[in-house]
Write a protein that binds this ligand. Structure first.
Ligand code: SAH
Length: 243
């Protein structure tokens, strides 16, 4: 029998936003591996497990450690925030899998920040939408720019992940400037900080206002399509029903 490794999406943070399936596989695991910030999210609940934490940006090492532990015969879960297959570790684990033919992967989905953030803001992605990461660590900025332009030209609602970091404090501003080439300044937008964690903050604003907002790496940003509106403080992308 092959050694099973679960690649688990934890959801945004709060324990009650983790799926029952994710909680079950974690419960059954001997080893839980992940970025230390995410292991902290788990709290004391899994304190008796062998926890392997690594730093941010050591993703390849983290994945290899999960495989090595599985090869020792342990039940292993590799955890990611949100969904494991949305800017998570699922694809890297598959890329490494030919090196570990005795192991088998199972991906356990989680609630991604686009869903949990949308729920807090209203209904901003209730029609066709695009998800774009502003991180240029692994993707050249020119490609990010092309995707932003294509998304706004296609009139998609847009969700931005990784809108800023300490090294990239002005990336949201740069993105807004690209979007403003095709979208009106009054375009309905919003953002959510610390979804499902302490210090949750939501805000709705126009695209031109969004350009000046200081956001951090724990923020998910929403840009409406041309039909989106702010209704009673909620960001709503209509489906087109006649009422
Ligand atoms: N796999 C994760 C995304 C990881 S990329 C998921 O599916 O949600 C990291 C980015 O996700 C952050 O920069 C932020 O834009 C978003 N994000 C993840 N968790 C968040 C949270 N709790 N609150 C706000 N944004 C979050």
């Amino acid at each position: 029998m092959k050694h099973k490794i679960y690649v688990v999406g934890l959801g945004p943070g709060e324990a009650n936003m983790m799926t029952a399936q994710a909680a079950k596989v974690l419960e059954e695991s001997d080893v839980i591996a992940g970025y230390q910030g995410y292991l902290k999210l788990l709290g004391d609940q899994f304190a008796e497990k062998e926890l392997i934490s690594t730093m941010m940006r050591q993703e390849v090492d983290r994945c290899r450690m999960a495989y090595e532990k599985a090869m020792e015969g342990k039940n292993v879960s590799l955890v990611c925030s949100g969904d494991a297959g949305i800017y998570g570790m699922a694809s890297l684990m598959y890329e490494l899998s030919p090196e570990y033919p005795d192991c088998e992967l199972e991906i356990i989905p989680g609630i991604t920040a686009a869903s949990s953030g949308a729920a807090l803001l209203g209904a901003p992605i209730n029609h066709d939408f695009c998800v774009i990461s502003l991180s240029d660590l692994l993707t050249p900025w020119e490609q990010i720019r092309r995707r932003l332009t294509a998304a706004v030209e296609g009139d998609f609602a847009i969700v931005l992940y990784n809108p800023a970091s300490r090294k990239r404090p002005d990336y949201l501003k740069r993105a807004c400037e690209i979007l403003l080439e095709k979208a009106e300044p009054s375009r309905a937008c919003g953002y959510v900080e610390n979804i499902g964690r302490e210090g949750t903050k939501t805000e709705v604003c126009s695209l031109i206002e969004l350009r000046e907002k200081p956001v951090n790496m724990f923020t998910t940003v929403f840009i409406g399509n041309s039909q989106s509106v702010i209704l009673n403080g909620k960001l709503v992308t209509k489906r087109g029903y006649r009422i």
